[in-house]
Design a protein around this ligand. Sequence first.
Ligand code: HEC
Length: 109
Amino acid sequence: MKQLLTLCGIVILAGCATAIPFPTDNDTSFAQQRWPHTARTDLHAGRKLYIDKCSGCHSAKPPALYSEKKWNEILPEMNEKAKLQNNEAELLKKYLITMTNHYSSNTSN
Ligand code: HEC
C-alpha cells in the first residue's frame, strides 16, 4: 500500500512538471532577443521560483494559459502575495513571458 502511494505521488509530480515546461535552448535564444544577457539558468531559476513560490495558495498554471499582457496585469499583485524580491520577480517574469510567447510554437528540445 505504501509503495502504491509513493507511485501515485511520483505520477502526480510528473504531471505537474509537464504542465510547467522546462526552458530549452530555443526558448533561451528567444529570451535573449528581448533581454540580451539572459542565460538558460535564469529561465530555469524563474521556473523554480514559479513552482516554489506560486503554487502554495493555488496550483501553478501552465504559462501559456495567459498572454503576455495578462501576465503583466496579474504579476504585480501575485509577486506581492508571494513576497518576491525584485530580482526574483524579474526572473519569474522572464520565464513566464518567454514561455507564453514562445513555447507554444517550440517543438524541438
Ligand atoms: C498568498 C496566496 C497566493 C500566492 C503566494 C500566490 N497567489 Fe496567485 N492567486 C491568489 C488568489 C487568492 C487568487 C484569486 C484572486 C485574485 O485574482 O486575487 C490568485 C489568482 C492567480 C491567478 C489567476 C488570475 C486571473 O486573473 O485569472 C494567477 C495566474 C496567479 N494567481 C498567479 C500567481 C503567481 C505567478 C504567483 C507567484 C508570484 C502567485 N499567484 C502566488 C493567491 C496567491
